[in-house]
Design a protein around this ligand. Structure first.
Ligand SMILES: NC(=O)c1ccc[n+]([C@@H]2O[C@H](COP(=O)([O-])OP(=O)(O)OC[C@H]3O[C@@H](n4cnc5c(N)ncnc54)[C@H](OP(=O)(O)O)[C@@H]3O)[C@@H](O)[C@H]2O)c1
Length: 271
């Protein structure tokens, strides 16, 4: 995964990453990390909430990989967004990961009352160099507007649910206009909808699977997909998406699949 996108923090991020939600057990983390590294993944997406930072830390330590060749994201969970808790919780994350810094640190959710002061703590971590880039997750345009009005350091990334069934063009355009990279979480819609005939037909044209078409669509939309798998063959399949491009006809057909279907919660109505 050599291709990267430049973040507004000045760092480069590989344009496809491996999602690690629900990769839970120590042995499984070790297996998945080794298979992923062998397949060419260098970008890994975890979170305090996933409960696997320490397993991943051990897996990376045991693997034959240099820290500077990895791009590691973690996220601050809701009850660690309190003023006194955020920085100590991040230090614990780094300890668990056995790393000196995170490449990207995100606020996991836009928590009412907490998200605004929490961002000042995030800025302190960016200034200290322990988080090379900082960003947010599950932010709608409204929360981004609030943040951009007040922040000293702009978010580099907004990680949101995004796939062919939930395309969110206004949010993607807003982020583009403000130099914020969108990461597409659940790019396979959590495995739902892979049997759609449109995906199969487009896949047939390129000799690609429905999953590869969904991931490629995220790339064509200018976003950074984070597919998750715990199977070696699927890990390989999901990153084998750089030898074709979807044409206008394919993109037009995929546009029709946008039903607004969400696999996760809808952050629109948080106060
Ligand atoms: N910031 C947030 O709030 C947030 C929320 C959700 C997710 N995320 C991030 O986004 C990542 C991905 O999202 P996700 O885990 O919800 O779902 P996803 O990547 O959309 O889909 C994963 C599901 O699809 C299956 N799958 C993977 N590759 C496949 C393939 N080639 N063919 C058929 N099935 C395949 C997986 O099964 P197997 O594992 O058994 O292969 C798993 O059940 C997460 O791991 C996490 O890092 C972030």
């Amino acid at each position: 995964m050599k291709q990267t996108v430049s973040l507004n923090s000045g760092t480069d991020m590989p344009i496809l990453g491996l999602g690690l939600w629900r990769v839970k057990e120590e042995q499984e983390c070790a297996r998945v990390v080794n298979w992923a590294l062998a397949a060419g993944y260098t970008h890994f997406d975890t979170a305090q909430l996933y409960g696997n930072e320490s397993y991943l830390g051990s897996a990376f330590k045991d693997a034959d990989v240099k820290r500077e060749d990895l791009f590691i994201t973690t996220k601050i969970k809701n009850n660690n967004q309190w003023w006194v808790d955020l920085i100590p919780s991040f230090e614990e994350s780094l300890q668990n990961l056995q790393m000196e810094y995170a490449d990207l640190l995100l606020l996991h959710f836009p928590v009412t009352e907490l998200r605004r002061p929490a961002w000042r703590r995030m800025e302190e971590l960016a200034a200290s160099g322990r988080a090379k880039a900082i960003g947010v997750s599950n932010y709608t345009i409204r929360y981004l507007e609030e943040l951009l009005r007040e922040c000293a350091i702009k978010p580099a990334v907004n990680q949101v649910e995004l796939h062919v069934y939930l395309q969110q063009p206004e949010l993607v355009q807003y982020c583009k206009d403000h130099d914020i990279v969108v990461e597409a979480y659940s790019p396979l819609a959590h495995g739902h909808g892979l049997d759609n005939p449109t995906l199969a037909a487009i896949g047939k044209k390129y000799g690609k699977s429905p999953a590869q078409i969904m991931i490629r669509w995220c790339l064509e939309a200018g976003t950074v997909p984070l597919p998750k798998s715990v199977h070696e063959d699927r890990l390989k399949e999901n990153c084998d998406v750089f030898d074709f491009e979807l044409d206008v006809d394919g993109m037009t057909q995929l546009k029709q699949l946008d039903t607004g279907y969400r696999t996760a919660w809808d952050p629109t109505h948080v106060a």
